[in-house]
Design a protein. Structure first.
Length: 135
């Protein structure tokens, strides 16, 4: 199997939705704590080897409440979990796209971290927006 075919196969699995309870979560949503305990190692494994554009697109996928994996990580996550999503790998343009996605309540991942007092996530967001992109 070629490397591109392998990534395509992984992506097709990552885009599958868990319709349990009609929450419409992807594997990435679940790994970030959408339906239970967050797992940073699982997030790293899910994203390992994917190209930056694939990661950016996955991080923009919304559940039925409009939350992305980043929303869940920012709300519930440890520093490891938020870092595992790999914003620092993305171009500044992609970082902006991912972090400015609004949920059904009009809140971004940054807003969720602020509301929940997740200082690690807030600090991380400030760091990745003050560094040059991975390009």
């Amino acid at each position: 199997m070629s490397e591109d075919a392998g990534e395509d196969a992984v992506l097709s699995l990552l885009y599958c939705r868990n319709r349990k309870g009609n929450f419409d979560h992807t594997a990435l949503h679940l790994a970030c704590g959408a339906y239970g305990e967050p797992h940073s190692l699982t997030v790293r494994c899910l994203l390992e080897g994917l190209c930056d554009s694939s990661i950016s697109h996955l991080l923009q996928q919304k559940d039925q409440d409009g939350n992305t994996a980043m929303h869940h990580a920012a709300r519930f996550g440890s520093p490891d979990l938020v870092c595992a999503l790999g914003l620092d790998r993305l171009s500044l343009e992609s970082r902006n796209l991912v972090c400015r996605v609004m949920n059904s309540e009009g809140k971004s991942a940054y807003d969720m971290a602020y509301e929940k007092g997740n200082l690690w996530a807030l600090e991380y967001f400030h760091e990745v927006f003050s560094e040059p992109s991975g390009e």
